[in-house]
Design a protein around this ligand. Structure first.
Ligand code: 4AD
Length: 485
């Protein structure tokens, strides 16, 4: 330790004051053991009186006559650690955005806003930052749209670092829900040879190397980035009664809308031995509640930043969502509600039409601005795997969507057609019998009634935080005509 300090001192004494990156105040207590801590650990107050080292980025600098005050943040919490240093430790390179390593003693703070502060003995400037060129300015609250222009730097703002901590905690909460409820996690493939949704929104995968023979597929069959892990989960649901997957999915939708991405994360679950759609809606509702309550309890300050400053008033919407159980209406009832309303819709609302975002938002409002399940969609609107309700004259499939405030569709799911004859007939009709012969096998050998759903993870974050644009809830958004970094 003493050796290291002596080396630092010699660096300080041989460099000019303008270029020196190291400022040292040699104090006797440097002989004490110094523990490296994260800012959140120091702020917890457990290390009062200890000699600690903190590494992070400067969020504010306030030079005064006798002292210089810094706020240092390392991403471990929204709050920064106040560092108090003697004026002799000030340096022109100690700017907003610069990276520093501070060694000092944890003291009780005289200020009400923070429990502790760090009395600095030594400040090492690890990385300089020119505040004139840096796109974010000290003390300014930049909007999400502005910071979106800097995907390589926006994690350094309070709002986006809060978002990333919430996102990480929400993902952990979802895994926890499934673990606590006996689901086995399956890593479904990212490269696949099937188009689960049959919507043709696929990205094809081929090597970029010139040695690649033009007319031959690398995998000998056309291969794509997965639009959904559902069919692979269905394979597993023939041996495990509860499975889930949580990974990236890809859709070549030519959309720049506020709720579509070309790469997004989907949580998908599949449950065997289901009796009705209620077996699925229960899992969807329980997962939504448990993840949301977990996030609200574990990310108090980060969520507050959104609910107070970014999307004021949204907390009331979230509380209302958690208070009541989610109602269920059928698609046919939904169409009736839309046709009875005085609202003018752009898109048609005849029975058999797909529900558009405007319809979904209206239905959510109509049901009290809380999440609502819509079940039993027209058979012809749903992919081949959806279970036939065998009803007449309005032919429907046992499919369900969960619509939520501000976003519209959050989850899509269905019971799966487990009856071999019906499934084979539908695949034959679509000319897909050979492609999906393995899927028919699942119905030949020990088939059971089963079903599942997928939840768009980014839309979930939009829903609980009230964020309008999906591009603001994913670290690196990919959408048509944009793949930055
Ligand atoms: O409704 P979808 O297409 O359902 C499926 O893919 C099923 N195979 C899932 C299953 O049953 N295992 O997609 C599920 C959810 C949607 O409700 C939506 O929240 C989200 O995925 N989603 C998107 N999110 C962002 N950008 C896009 N382009 C999305 N497309 C769907």
């Amino acid at each position: 330790m003493l050796q290291a300090v002596a080396k630092t001192l010699s660096v300080a004494s041989t460099t000019s004051s303008a270029s020196r990156g190291v400022l040292v105040c040699f104090r006797s207590y440097c002989k004490k053991t110094t523990t490296k801590l994260r800012v959140s650990e120091v702020l917890s107050g457990a290390e009062l009186g200890a000699s600690v080292k903190v590494q992070g980025w400067v969020r504010s600098v306030r030079p005064q006559k006798a002292n210089v005050f810094l706020h240092v943040n390392d991403g471990s919490s929204l709050q920064s650690l106040q560092v108090v240093a003697g004026a002799e430790l000030n340096d022109p390179l100690l700017t907003f955005g610069s990276a520093v390593e501070v060694t000092g003693t944890v003291k009780k703070s005289p200020h009400k806003k923070q429990p502790v502060e760090l009395e600095a003995a030594q400040i090492h400037i690890v990385g300089e930052c020119n505040p004139v060129d840096f796109p974010f300015k000290i003390k300014e609250r930049h909007g999400l749209e502005y910071i979106r222009q800097f995907p390589h730097l926006r994690c350094r703002t309070n709002a986006f670092s809060s978002l990333l901590r919430i996102r990480s905690e929400a993902a952990a909460a979802i895994h926890l829900y499934f673990k606590d409820n006996g689901f086995v996690q399956i890593n479904t493939p990212i490269i696949t040879s099937n188009d689960c949704e049959g919507a043709g929104e696929l990205f094809q995968v081929e090597p970029s190397s010139p040695e690649h023979v033009e007319d031959e597929n690398f995998f000998s069959v056309p291969a794509f980035l997965s639009v959904s892990g559902q069919l692979h989960l269905e394979v597993m649901s023939g041996a495990f009664s509860r499975v889930y997957t949580f990974g990236p999915t890809f859709r070549a939708e030519n959309s720049q809308s506020r709720r579509h991405l070309a790469e997004f994360y989907m949580v998908e679950a599949e449950v065997s031995f289901t009796k009705s759609l209620e077996d699925l809606t229960k899992v969807m509702e329980d997962m939504f509640r448990s993840a949301t309550e977990h996030v609200l309890a574990h990310c108090v300050e980060d969520v507050d930043l959104f609910h107070k400053h970014v999307t004021p008033g949204h907390r009331d919407t979230v509380d209302a969502m958690l208070k009541k159980s989610f109602p269920t209406i059928t698609y046919t009832e939904a169409i009736d509600i839309l046709n009875r309303s005085s609202e003018t819709f752009v898109f048609q609302t005849d029975w058999g039409c797909d529900l558009k975002t405007e319809h979904e938002k209206y239905l959510v409002k109509h049901c009290g601005n809380i999440p609502v399940f819509v079940t039993d969609y027209p058979y012809d609107l749903k992919p081949f795997y959806a279970r036939d309700n065998l009803d007449h004259p309005q032919h429907t499939a046992a499919a369900v969507d969960l619509l939520v405030p501000g976003v519209g569709e959050l989850c899509g799911g269905s019971l799966r057609e487990e009856r071999l004859g019906l499934l084979r007939a539908r695949l034959e009709e679509a000319g897909l019998e050979d492609t999906y012969s393995w899927y028919l096998d699942l119905r030949r050998f020990g088939s059971v009634p089963h079903g599942g759903f997928g939840l768009g993870f980014e839309r979930y974050l939009q829903c609980i935080l009230g964020v309008d644009n999906i591009k603001d809830v994913i670290p690196f958004p990919r959408f048509s005509h944009s793949c930055l970094l």
